[in-house]
Design a protein around this ligand. Structure first.
Ligand code: NAD
Length: 494
């Protein structure tokens, strides 16, 4: 068994971790730092630069310069080879990457380790895309006289802004297509979790990434984030985070009309039909919310259950929730890790208090989890509320914590209307053994992804993203790299 504690002590000792601009490791121009603390116990892991507008300027300048340097002459095959080398290095250092994430943002180590297939798959998928994009020869109105064709060119400098809840996958989903297409990147990680992203930059540098192709500027949203979103030297912004921040970024991007894609929040419905296989549905519906302590955008936090099976199903979900092991992410048995910050814990506590006040019945959980080994962190019991109605705040708002709001339903038409009655449209889950019912629901739910008799599946080859206020643009799938390319038409008078 791996001694994660010993490895953790060797990985982060409280020292300074510089940021990465133009191939150089440096401090913020202001000298300011952010403390990176372990949410499991509040201990100091490291300090990182608190980048500001001047650092963003320097990073954008480095990224623009790299567009003119050796990177511009990399053939598609060389970009493919680079991505494959990076993937191999990721594989070799996978445990350290996962440990870093667990320490920095609390995700249980068993869960980070399990993500390897997806993340390595992303890098290798984009390696394939590097050699698979090309323009067209287009017949025109002057055959034999004028030749016309299109070529695909990198869009330029990509500004990437990511949240704290999945730093490895979140950053690779933005860096991968950029490297495949020949773009350059300035990435601002979340102020809550920068350490693993800095490790990723080190791995990529060692794999041979030319200077300036990837730049990492840790910092606050209102400082480095806002500066990047508004920067005239950035051609495209890719953002994952909350809907409110997405709106601010879309507004800031209008200055130079940079392209924007937004992966935002959700309040995803999970629908359990009366013919569902209950034994299979209970753990999946529970973990649709409780995975990563509910801190995932796709959390299936509105659990609609057919009235005929409602009480039995909820009883079993509540029993399952009560049995989940709460603890430090670094312990291999932990299923529910800490909440990222005091601010986020305060938000969750607010919803736990609002539920009963608005008339919901508490079936299990309902409070923070405390105890000797949990001191110094913010932990919550997995919570299930029954008797929830569509109007309650716990049924409408994204909680981003381990809280299920369960609602009974009577007919398919009714549940479709209620499930769709939300400003969000990120994901949905359906449990039914009847193919026709599952098919009908999958078609009628307004969401970027619908999972049937499963949840959480994300793959680099399958597009992921939202509709409505869950954002626009897709990550993964054939079309993803298209977002990083411009099309130029070339006419030749023969
Ligand atoms: P957040 O919006 O507060 O922050 C996300 C990032 O944006 C951070 O790096 C932050 O520093 C930066 N930021 C904040 N204000 C900014 C501004 N004015 N200009 C530019 N950048 C700014 O979100 P969070 O609390 O870190 O993450 C949780 C949210 O992210 C949830 O709403 C969740 O649903 C969403 N999320 C969505 C997806 C998805 O793929 N759809 C994935 C993960 C998380």
């Amino acid at each position: 068994m791996t001694d994660w504690k010993a490895r953790a002590a060797a990985l982060y000792d409280g020292g300074f971790r510089p940021m990465f601009i133009g191939g150089q490791w440096c401090e913020a121009r202001s000298g300011a730092v952010i403390e990176a603390r372990n949410p499991a116990d509040g201990s100091l892991l490291a300090t990182v630069p608190r980048g500001g507008a001047e650092d963003i300027d320097a990073a954008v300048a480095a990224a623009r310069k790299a567009l003119e340097g050796p990177w511009a002459r990399f053939t598609p095959f060389e970009r493919q080879n680079l991505l494959l080398r990076i993937a191999d290095r990721f594989e070799a250092e996978w445990e350290s990457l996962c440990l870093s994430d667990t320490l920095d943002m609390g995700m249980p180590i068993q869960r980070t380790l399990a993500n390897s297939r997806r993340v390595l798959g992303m890098l290798r998928y984009y390696a394939g895309q590097a050699v698979a994009t090309h323009g067209d020869t287009i017949p025109n109105s002057f055959p034999g006289e004028i030749y016309s064709a299109t070529v695909r060119e990198p869009v330029g400098v990509v500004g990437a802004i990511i949240p704290w809840n999945a730093p490895i996958a979140g950053s690779i989903w933005k860096i991968g297509p950029a490297l495949a297409t020949g773009c350059t990147v300035v990435l601002k990680p979340s102020e809550e979790a920068s350490l693993t992203v800095l490790m990723i930059a080190r791995i990529m540098q060692e794999a041979g990434l030319p200077d300036g192709v990837l730049n990492i500027v840790p910092g606050l949203g209102a400082e480095a984030g806002a500066a990047l979103a508004a920067h005239p030297g950035v051609d495209k912004i890719v953002f994952t985070g909350s809907t409110a921040t997405g709106q601010a970024i879309a507004r800031a991007a209008t200055g130079n009309l940079k392209r924007v894609s937004l992966e935002l929040g959700g309040k995803s419905p999970v629908i359990v039909c009366r013919d569902a296989d209950i034994d299979k549905a209970v753990p999946v519906a529970a973990m649709a919310v409780f995975a990563n302590s509910g801190q995932i955008c796709i959390a299936g936090s509105r659990l609609f259950v057919a009235r005929e099976i409602h009480d039995e199903f909820l009883g079993r979900v509540a029993d399952y929730a009560a049995g989940l092991r709460i603890g430090h992410g670094i312990e291999e048995t932990t299923e529910i890790g800490p909440i990222i910050s005091a601010r986020q814990a305060g938000r969750i506590a607010g919803y736990l208090a609002a539920g009963p006040k608005e008339g919901a019945h508490l079936l299990t959980g309902g409070g923070s989890a405390e105890g000797g080994h949990l001191a110094g962190g913010h932990y919550f019991q997995p919570t299930v509320f029954g008797g929830v109605t569509d109007e309650m705040s716990i049924a409408r708002e994204e909680i981003f914590g381990p809280v299920i709001s369960a609602l009974p339903f009577d007919s398919i038409d009714e549940v479709v209307a209620r499930a769709n009655a939300t400003p969000y449209g990120l994901a949905a889950g359906v449990f039914s053994t009847h193919l026709g019912t599952a098919h009908k629901l999958a078609h009628r739910l307004r969401a970027g992804s619908v999972w049937v008799n499963m949840y959480h599946a994300i793959d680099p080859a399958v597009p992921f993203g939202g509709v409505k206020m869950s954002g626009y643009g897709r990550e993964g799938g054939r079309g993803h790299v298209e977002d990083y390319l411009d099309t130029k038409a070339i006419w030749i008078n023969t």
